[in-house]
Unconditional design. Structure first.
Length: 326
């Protein structure tokens, strides 16, 4: 989608603001590729409720879910230009724009979801949020993106050797392309919304994602083999257009930051519940799930990926700080 088409779509959609939202003095338009009810969408809606109450109905948030304003790459540009006020995006698409976002996107950088929470809630997380300010964006908060694993339409993946020659969709990030290549497979970057039909028609063999996305997208219908290699635990990020943020008073800016922070535990609770629901639904659908897999060869294969992307002293220190976080 070209920028002008994305811009047109955003402007047309913005006309459809709800009556409740239009009653506010300022309505912040927020984008999300996921469907209504998804934990990230619900969390931003909860943030909007808090913001509306705390501002005395001055500030509201209108969430445009289901990629109504475009796929993530397009909405990032729109947010930088101020056409979209807020945006919930995975860190992956930012990897080619903001180098600090590459570190939490590294394969196997986190030992667990709990480890990821401690890192992203601490100094390293704040360092990454601060890095958005040089790119016409304001980093507000990190949400969960779960652990990502491979799924495909062809066969069970029981080892790294089974990946050889297979075609997998990845987010539009050079790092994720290199990760899949290091595992012996072929990476195909493409927007999230094109994955279902691409698997269905054989353009790709599969993709990689978390339980809720594998479920809500319907990908399990066309890719019935899911292997829990858990190569990525990539956080989601909630950002705001710097131009939109700068239009707010200092008081309202503080309200936005606090409401975003307060939405994080809500999102995490919703995420944990949704993961369990999605896993149960996928298992009930008869998907073949591989849980017993030796991750050691996968981890060892990531050495060249780390060597390529962890180059500056700043990034090397970030990796060391993450590894030292207990």
């Amino acid at each position: 989608m070209t920028y002008m088409k994305s811009l047109g779509a955003a402007l047309l959609t913005s006309v459809a603001l709800s009556t409740a939202a239009s009653a506010c003095e300022v309505t912040l338009r927020s984008s999300d590729t996921h469907p209504d009810g998804y934990p990230t969408v619900a969390a931003v809606n909860a943030m909007g409720d808090m913001l509306k109450e705390r501002s005395g109905d001055r500030l509201c948030i209108e969430v445009f879910h289901s990629a109504q304003l475009g796929e993530e790459k397009d909405t990032i540009e729109q947010t930088q230009f101020g056409v979209i006020d807020m945006n919930r995006v995975s860190l992956g698409p930012f990897n080619n724009i903001i180098e600090e976002t590459q570190i939490p996107s590294l394969p196997y950088i986190f030992r667990s979801v709990e480890h990821m929470h401690k890192v992203m809630d601490g100094p390293v997380g704040q360092q990454i949020l601060d890095a958005f300010s040089d790119h016409d964006l304001v980093g507000l908060a990190f949400y969960d993106g779960g652990s990502r694993s491979f799924y495909n339409s062809e066969k069970p993946i029981n080892s790294m050797a089974d990946l050889a020659g297979m075609k997998f969709r990845v987010m539009q990030s050079d790092m994720f392309v290199d990760m899949v290549s290091a595992l012996g497979a072929n990476a195909t970057p493409m927007p999230y919304g094109e994955v279902y039909s691409s698997i269905q028609t054989g353009v790709i063999d599969g993709a990689e994602n978390n339980w809720p996305s594998y479920d809500s997208s319907g990908h399990f219908e066309v890719a019935k083999y899911y292997t829990l290699d858990q190569h990525l635990i990539v956080p989601e990020v909630l950002v705001m257009s710097k131009s939109s943020f700068d239009k707010l008073s200092a008081e309202d800016q503080a309200l936005v930051r606090q409401a975003a922070k307060d939405s994080v535990p809500i999102m995490r609770d919703l995420w944990q519940a949704r993961e369990k629901e999605s896993e149960a639904r996928v298992r009930e659908a008869g998907v073949e799930i591989v849980t017993d897999i030796d991750k050691t060869p996968f981890i060892e294969a990531m050495v060249p990926v780390y060597e390529k992307y962890v180059t500056s002293d700043t990034l090397k220190k970030m990796v060391m700080d993450i590894q030292a976080t207990n």
